[in-house]
Design a protein around this ligand. Structure first.
Ligand SMILES: Nc1nc2c(ncn2[C@@H]2O[C@H](COP(=O)(O)OP(=O)(O)OP(=O)(O)O)[C@@H](O)[C@H]2O)c(=O)[nH]1
Ligand SMILES: [Mg+2]
Length: 247
């Protein structure tokens, strides 16, 4: 199984080299594609240097900060063109443990999309997360899955493994959300298209290096966007399949 990790970066100069070496140390046929939005901290040139040292690594440079939608959709396109069997989404800030990836790969044999899930038995979030953030994240997931009738416990997780065929067959040009509702929208679209989604418990660690970009305003905007997602795919709404929860 060939895996291409698409890693969006914005100011991850300290984290990226460590993450990439952790990924390349895994017993997997793995390549990395970094999508950097001209990070002011110089993540882009650092990524280029990593690419010169290891041919498994590629970098896509975008002119300016354009959000997750642009980073991921352009990254997915390149990854699929390059030929791969699966596409991994992973944050650059070590919130997602690279050691979990082989298990995700194993579970992809029985699914179209594997989600690293914080909100199923065995899953957890960093105990250092402030209470407001824990509450909002858990409530946000509950809110989105209730409105969308989406049988997924962790709808905003950014730790995901897609079967390449699944991504190829999705109408990605319809995807509109660019903040972290992008993750909700992609999961909802996959569900509407009746793809099999599996949730695997993960522990989510708060970012170790760099500044958090999360704010109350971002979450409030996301809450409104969920309704837009519901309306946008009204033509696709079906019974869908239930997500399987792995323990
Ligand atoms: N290319 C690109 N990457 C981004 C952008 N915004 C965030 N990222 C990256 O996407 C991943 C997830 O973003 P984070 O900033 O960690 O989001 P978060 O985990 O919700 O919030 P914090 O970790 O608290 O800041 C990280 O690897 C970021 O560097 C963007 O506009 N463009
Ligand atoms: Mg983060």
């Amino acid at each position: 199984m060939r895996v291409t990790a698409v890693i969006p970066t914005y100011n991850e100069a300290e984290n990226l080299p460590k993450l990439v070496s952790a990924l390349f140390a895994l017993p997997l046929d793995l390549r990395a594609l970094v999508v950097d939005d001209n990070s002011p901290d110089g993540t882009g040139p650092i990524a280029d240097e990593l690419g010169r040292r290891d041919h498994r690594m590629r970098v896509l440079h975008q002119k300016q900060k354009s959000g997750l939608r642009s980073a991921y959709l352009n990254g997915f396109r390149l990854a699929l063109e390059g030929g791969t069997d699966s596409v991994l989404q992973i944050d650059a800030d070590f919130s997602h443990d690279p050691a979990k990836v082989p298990e995700m790969v194993e579970h992809l044999s029985g699914a179209d999309l594997v989600l690293g899930s914080r909100y199923i038995p065995g899953g957890s979030v960093d105990k250092h997360w402030p209470v407001w953030r824990k509450t909002l994240s858990a409530f946000g997931s509950f809110y989105a899955r209730t409105i969308l009738n989406l049988p997924v416990r962790d709808v905003t997780t950014g730790f995901r493994l897609w079967r390449a065929e699944t991504l190829r067959s999705m109408p990605l040009d319809r995807v509109q959300s660019s903040g972290y509702v992008f993750q909700v929208e992609m999961a909802y679209l996959a569900h509407c298209l009746e793809y099999q989604i599996v949730e695997l418990p993960i522990h989510f660690t708060d970012r170790q290096q760099g500044k958090s970009k999360m704010s109350f305003a971002i979450q409030a905007e996301a809450a409104l966007r969920v309704w837009q997602v519901l309306w946008h795919y009204r033509d696709l709404r079906t019974a869908g399949k239930s997500a399987r929860i792995l323990r």
